[in-house]
Design a protein around this ligand. Structure first.
Ligand SMILES: Cc1cc2nc3c(=O)[nH]c(=O)nc-3n(C[C@H](O)[C@H](O)[C@H](O)COP(=O)(O)OP(=O)(O)OC[C@H]3O[C@@H](n4cnc5c(N)ncnc54)[C@H](O)[C@@H]3O)c2cc1C
Length: 800
């Protein structure tokens, strides 16, 4: 074993082997994998080997598609068999919501190039004759679904990696990972120490323990999981072709053919976490004892759905653990605040996702960024607030909801409230209906009178409709107040603060007393942030951006840190309120002796509001006259009393995130994670209007190339003839009878009383009178292109 290498991958499960292979594929051959036992000695060996593309997150679905298509390539490259069975699969729907979800997924697949299909009961009976169709409305058929041999596939990855120059050392246990002062690592094993630039934690069931060796907490937890293999079944072995997979979400089961019998696994409600206090090092190639009690109800349900099972004897039971992150997606990428330490953990569907995870991580390591938006699997989507006490109930919730319908407006209840602002009890007393963002409780809207304190999860317009409309009217007609606790906030200080900001931000950095809006670009010119920059002095700046992107942004800032500029994340030590609406200035003026009459749009000033020293920015995401008023959290309740009391004669009302997201539609404001994110560029989304071309900044070369040769697609806004459901994201846009684009987000503008959609479509399709169709829940709705905002066209409210 050599003592120096560029990368050490810890763990020879399917994920570690995929990472190793992809590193060699992208040109890094001086790479090594260490496995404490044989390959596949964690979850991998006992997996059922099923794979499928269906995933609520579009980028995850695309990575799953990549993984599945990779297997043939691996077989050709290595000459080894992955034991592929491309039998196709159906996901059943037995109620309207589940069917809506499948229809919406099918619609997304259209522009992703996935050939899925919605099928009715008759077609299901032909495809999967062992299904009892009682109560079944329809299903989604995916020809790519299938299963493989977990061990053969892992060994194929390993051989492909070796062919690319990688070394694999079995029976080599990593004992310590120690960072050197220069950012490189000593990986201490029971066979000696290896000095390396990069460590990849692909420790699977032991990822927590491996992470702890470097002082890293990875939010994942193993869960027990069980599947059964039946004896030979005539209804199966007498068929001419292999039976397709059947996912039955109502029964929380997946079923497929195994040899001449069947294999069925369950995501049972009485599920059990495994190894809560740590995975034993002596666990490996053993299984957990059978536990039929846990799956008794699931089995009874399965007998009704697949009557053939009742006659089939059980040949074997596989009961083993595998890991989940709190939201069920993998934990991939560089650990924020560390150099050269990478996560490839929490992969709960290694055979659907392992290839995509390996490719993304390898791109990140070798090129510095991924070709697509990986925020759904980025390890930085959880902040420093994450703890084992939070992870465990969230993982249990995720396991139990594995096959549940997931709604765009759904707020999951486990492990909440976790983090609250000083306003929590006051807003709660005012009827707040809460959502959670990055662990923080955020008021979605305020229920009044007999209105329920719970928003019904739905693909259609929910019961928050009236309350949201009421709050929107309050803002537009008088004034609304909400918290700014859920903005990401940063303080940049020092003699080089401006120079550093000019380097990392593509836009103009403002003069003292002013604000500017700017995109932040990656080296490849992708959007990695949309910031408001406030200049307080030449040596002190404030930045605001998305609250949920804090760890992501801080990781980037620290990676690009320069002498003379200090960056602090003050998201939770700076809070306050936003006042928005025509009466906002009058209310704020009643609370401060500072004269606001000459405070222009995009001004920033320090002032005392009531008894509290605040930083006030004249800007509002509602598109209306507005002020963001920042203060110390210790003063927030006092500030509230001041503003609320002063606001009463003016009709001040609280408003929540639902109203805010409706209000932004009136002025066509985009949003982080929807219109703005690493899948898109500044030129595609119109953010290039904020770029300052006469300075150097990260991503300039790529942005300039786009300027010279404009991108093929463009972000546009449509007014949609929607019925009872609005655009949420990724609905296809039909132009002249073909799918030409997709929606980034949308919703209902309660002020304009119009359904609005934001979409990326080809530039070649752009024309002023364009009438397209947007497919919402299977219905193609007429959509008319809008060229100018529909509210405050002259900007007199916003700027006046
Ligand atoms: C019953 C069951 C059925 C499943 N069915 C499916 C399915 O149908 N489809 C699907 O996609 N997924 C399925 N899964 C999930 C799948 O098994 C996992 O997603 C996948 O195996 C995760 O692989 P991994 O490489 O991340 O982790 P693991 O397989 O756990 O591999 C981690 C490896 O790291 C090694 N290691 C750990 N610590 C060290 C150290 N200090 N030094 C050296 N080596 C170390 C371990 O020995 C191990 O080999 C199933 C899981 C279970 C339990």
């Amino acid at each position: 074993m050599k003592s120096t290498t560029r990368v050490v991958v810890i763990g020879g499960g399917v994920v570690g082997c995929s990472v190793l292979y992809h590193l060699t594929k992208l040109g890094w051959s001086d790479v090594m994998l260490l496995e404490r036992s044989e390959l596949t000695s964690g979850s991998t060996w006992h997996a059922a080997g099923g794979f499928h593309t269906l995933n609520g997150d579009t980028n995850m679905a695309a990575l799953q598609g990549y993984t599945i298509r990779l297997y043939r390539e691996l077989e050709e490259l290595t000459g080894m068999s992955c034991g592929l069975h491309h039998v196709g699969g159906i996901t059943l729907a037995d109620n309207r919501d589940r069917f809506d979800m499948l229809v919406a997924e099918r619609a997304k697949h259209r522009y992703m190039g996935l050939e899925t299909e919605i099928v009715g009961p008759e077609e299901i009976a032909k495809l999967a004759p062992i299904v009892n169709l009682d109560g079944i409305i329809g299903a989604l058929y995916d020809p790519l679904d299938g299963h493989l041999d977990p061990s053969g596939t892992t060994h194929a990855y390993a051989r492909a990696a070796r062919m690319g120059g990688a070394e694999i050392h079995l029976h080599t246990k990593v004992l310590e990972t120690n960072a050197r002062p220069d950012g490189t690592w000593d990986v201490v094993t029971d066979k000696g120490t290896i000095h390396t630039e990069h460590v990849v934690n692909a420790g699977g069931l032991w990822a927590r323990e491996v992470g702890a060796m470097a002082g890293v907490y990875l939010p994942l937890h193993p869960m027990e999981h069980q599947y059964l293999v039946t004896e030979e079944t005539p209804e199966i072995y007498q068929r001419d072709s292999e039976h397709p997979h059947v996912m039955d979400p109502a029964g929380e089961s997946y079923l497929r053919q195994e040899g001449r019998g069947l294999c069925i696994g369950f995501y049972e409600q009485p599920c059990r976490p495994w190894a809560v206090d740590g995975t034993p090092w002596d666990f490996g190639h053993e299984l957990l004892p059978d536990d039929f009690d846990k799956i008794e109800d699931s089995i009874s349900f399965a007998f009704r759905r697949f009557p053939v099972l009742e006659r089939a004897g059980i040949k074997s039971v596989i009961h083993g653990p595998f890991t989940f992150a709190p939201d069920g997606n993998p934990l991939v990428g560089p650990i924020p605040g560390m150099r050269g330490y990478w996560s490839a953990c929490g992969v709960m569907a290694g055979f659907s996702q392992g290839g995509g995870v390996g490719l993304m991580l390898a791109q990140w390591m070798t090129h510095g960024e991924c070709e697509r938006d990986v925020s759904a699997l980025d390890v930085a989507r959880f902040g420093e607030w994450i703890s084992p006490g939070y992870t465990l109930p969230k993982v249990i919730e995720n396991y139990q909801k594995r096959f549940s319908v997931s709604y765009p407006n759904e707020e999951l209840p486990a492990a909440r409230p976790l983090r609250t602002s000083p306003m929590y009890d006051i807003f709660d007393g005012m009827g707040a209906v809460w959502g959670a963002q990055y662990g923080l409780e955020v008021a979605n809207y305020f229920a009044e009178g007999d209105e329920p304190r719970y928003e019904t999860p739905s693909f259609r317009r929910s019961n928050a409709w009236e309350a949201t409309a009421r709050e929107v009217r309050a803002v537009r007609q008088a004034c609304g107040i909400n918290e700014v606790h859920n903005f990401g906030k940063y303080r940049v200080t020092g003699p080089n603060a401006r120079a550093w900001l000019d380097h990392v931000m593509a836009g103009r950095i403002p003069k003292p007393g002013r604000l500017s809006l700017t995109p932040m670009l990656s080296h490849a010119g992708r959007i990695i942030g949309d910031f408001t920059v406030a200049c307080l002095s030449e040596t002190e700046f404030r930045l605001t951006a998305s609250y949920g992107a804090q760890a992501y942004h801080m990781r980037w800032f620290l990676q690009h840190q320069q002498d003379g500029a200090t960056i602090e994340n003050i998201s939770d030590s700076s809070t306050g309120f936003q006042l928005a609406g025509p009466k906002a200035r009058d209310i704020l003026q009643a609370c401060t002796r500072t004269d606001l009459s000459d405070m222009r749009f995009l001004d920033v000033r320090r002032m005392t509001v009531g008894m509290t020293d605040c930083l006030v920015q004249r800007v509002s995401y509602t598109g209306d006259l507005g002020f963001e008023i920042y203060c110390d959290p210790m003063n927030q309740r006092q500030l509230w009393q001041t503003l609320w009391t002063a606001g009463q004669p003016h009709g001040l009302k609280p408003f929540g995130m639902r109203a805010m997201m409706s209000l932004r539609l009136d002025r066509f404001f985009g949003s982080w994670g929807r219109e703005y994110g690493p899948d898109y560029t500044a030129a595609e989304t119109g953010l290039d209007r904020f770029i300052r071309w006469d300075k150097d900044f990260i991503g300039k070369a790529a942005a300039e190339a786009e300027r010279a040769s404009p991108p093929d697609r463009q972000l546009v806004v449509f007014e949609v003839d929607a019925a009872d459901a609005d655009v949420t994201a990724y609905e296809p846009v039909w132009i002249d009878g073909a799918v030409r684009g997709f929606c980034t987000s949308g919703g209902y503008s309660h002020w304009l009383e119009k359904s609005i959609a934001y979409a990326l479509i080809p530039r070649s399709d752009l024309r002023d009178d364009l009438v397209a169709e947007i497919e919402i829940l299977g219905r193609r709705c007429t959509a008319r292109l809008q060229s100018a905002p529909l509210f405050d066209v002259e900007g007199t409210r916003l700027r006046g």
